[in-house]
Structures are given as C-alpha cells and as structure tokens.
Write a protein that binds this ligand. Structure first.
Ligand SMILES: O=C(CO)[C@H](O)[C@H](O)COP(=O)(O)O
Ligand SMILES: [Fe+2]
Length: 223
C-alpha cells in the first residue's frame, strides 16, 4: 500500500464528446482529483482523439489539474503547445521516441509536471535511469488506444516492482486501463496511488452517477 495520497483521475475518453465541457464540469463537482486527457494520433496507437485546440476550449470548465496522456509519436514537437493549451502534467510514452530524457527536460522547461508511461510489454528498465527526472510514472494496465478494455493481470506485479523501484522519491505511480471498483483495492495494495478510470465512471454518461462511482473507487482504493 502506498503512503502517497490516493487520486482518482476520470478519463474523458469515455465522456460524451458532444457535451465535453459539461462532462468535465460534472466530474469536477463529483470529486475528481485530476482530469485525465487522452491524446491519440492514429500512429502511435490505432485511434485518434483530440489535440491542443480541444484542450484549450475546455480548460475553463474546471480548475482541477489536466493530467495529459500523450499517445503520440513524436511527442516533442507538441509539448510546448500542450503546456500552452492548459496541461498541468504531461506524460510521454517511453516507446514513443529515441530521447526520453530530452522529452522530460522539454516538459520541465515548460514548468509542467513530467510523466513517463510504459506499455504492458515494456520492462521497467526502460525508465530506471530517468527516475530522478520524473514526477509521475504511468504503468499502462491495458494496451493503449481504447477505453473499456480489461485490466491485464500481469501488469499488477509490474506495479509492485515499480513501487519498489520508486522508493522514497516523490513520484506519483499511476495506472491506466481497466480499473474498476473490483480491482482498484488490489492495485492500490500493489503501490499505485493515481487511478485513471474511464468507462467505470462515465458508463451511461449520466452525471447523476459520477459522484457515487468516484466515491466507491476512492473507498475501495483506501480500504
Ligand atoms: O489511455 C487510455 C486508453 O489508451 C485511457 O485512459 C483508458 O483506456 C481509460 O479507460 P478505461 O478506464 O475504460 O480502461
Ligand atoms: Fe490514458
């Protein structure tokens, strides 16, 4: 179990895009800690979502941090633009470029929290030499590209190992993909403290359900 604060980060990938501003306002009021923003380019992952103009357009709907998950390659040419559009943290994939350290420095140069994500098949060794350069480590618990997938069980042990590797460093350990009220407790006990959840919060897109779902996830992660 982690000693870091538990954070619930609803992924707007599963929001109703036709009402995106209102959906963000609703999850803010429902108790979201971060707003997880999934950017996909149809190249690094086999899906396309949205980019900087959409982020900038919805920025005014909440003061909560925008946790930006860049599933794009290359990422470096867009880091400054996402910072300007309103990102608070910017996470790049270790697999998305040849110069991860340079990407992380570019994020820091914008004054933003720097994150690195690794796919389920990528070993932790890919990030062990940048641990002192990051604020957030995102362990993907599904193959990125789509919401609503099933948590890959083998990633649980990776979360455990990542938690040990991070040690006392002030790094958020985030998981993304297939997080539900039924598995979040086990993932928290493995050491994660930031939980992205898309379909398990937005299913049905009824704002009246969001607060109880976020509360249930938080309670299950805490106990
Ligand atoms: O990065 C992502 C997909 O690549 C999303 O953040 C993730 O899929 C969240 O959705 P769900 O909770 O439904 O799995
Ligand atoms: Fe994500």
């Amino acid at each position: 179990m982690t000693t870091r604060p538990i954070r619930i980060a609803p992924s707007i990938l599963s929001a109703d895009f036709a009402r995106l501003g209102a959906e963000i306002e609703a999850i803010d009021k429902a108790g979201a800690d971060y707003i997880h923003v999934d950017v996909m380019d149809g190249h690094f992952v086999p899906n396309i979502t949205f980019g900087m103009p959409v982020m900038a357009a919805v920025r005014s709907y909440t003061a909560k941090p925008f946790d930006t998950h860049l599933m794009i390659a290359p990422a470096d040419p867009y880091i400054a633009a996402f910072a300007k559009a309103g990102a608070d943290s910017i996470t790049v994939h270790a697999e998305a470029g040849q110069h991860l350290h340079r990407s992380l420095q570019a994020i820091k140069a914008e004054g933003k929290r720097a994150g690195v994500a690794i796919n389920p098949a990528t070993p932790l060794s890919a990030i062990e030499h940048v641990l002192d350069d990051i604020d957030l480590l995102l362990v993907m618990t599904i193959n990125p590209g789509f919401g609503g997938q099933t948590f890959i069980p083998a990633t649980l042990d990776k979360v455990r190992q990542a938690h040990a590797l991070i040690g006392a460093r002030p790094i958020d350990l985030e998981v993304d993909g297939g997080v539900t009220v039924d598995n979040i407790g086990e993932i928290a006990r493995a050491g994660a403290n930031v939980f992205v959840a898309g379909s398990s919060i937005f299913a049905g897109n009824d704002p009246a359900t969001y607060a109880s779902r976020i509360a249930a996830l938080r309670a299950a992660a805490t106990h």
